[in-house]
Design a protein. Structure first.
Length: 113
């Protein structure tokens, strides 16, 4: 089953959801701002994406700029920052089996569905 980590207020996330819906395949939506992710869940997502935690951070968010920018943070500290401040998580994230992508641009989602 496809999983999309979705923020309904984000245009790119809405476009990504539309792509997943149009695939006709079963999927689940996780509104990660409402259903906060655990450290373990976020570690699994980062591993599935095959990236470093810093690559999942929305660095233009005020929370990042005010509290974390310019600091030498470990991967664990970055994960903890995203768990505590889910607005920092890039979106949408789509996982299909052992494949995962950040849907920026949303068309990237097509590569895994």
């Amino acid at each position: 089953m496809i999983t999309i980590y979705h923020n309904p207020r984000c245009t790119k996330s809405r476009q990504g959801l539309e792509i997943v819906e149009n695939s006709g395949k079963p999927f689940q939506i996780i509104k990660y701002l409402d259903e906060k992710l655990s450290t373990n869940q976020l570690n699994i997502i980062v591993k599935a994406l095959g990236i470093k935690p810093i690559e999942l951070v929305r660095k233009n968010e005020a929370i990042w700029k005010e509290n974390f920018k310019g600091k030498d943070l470990t991967d664990i500290e970055i994960i903890n920052a995203m768990v505590a401040n889910p607005k920092l998580i890039e979106r949408p994230i789509v996982i299909n089996g052992n494949k995962a992508v950040i849907g920026r641009p949303p068309e990237r989602i097509l590569s895994i569905i």
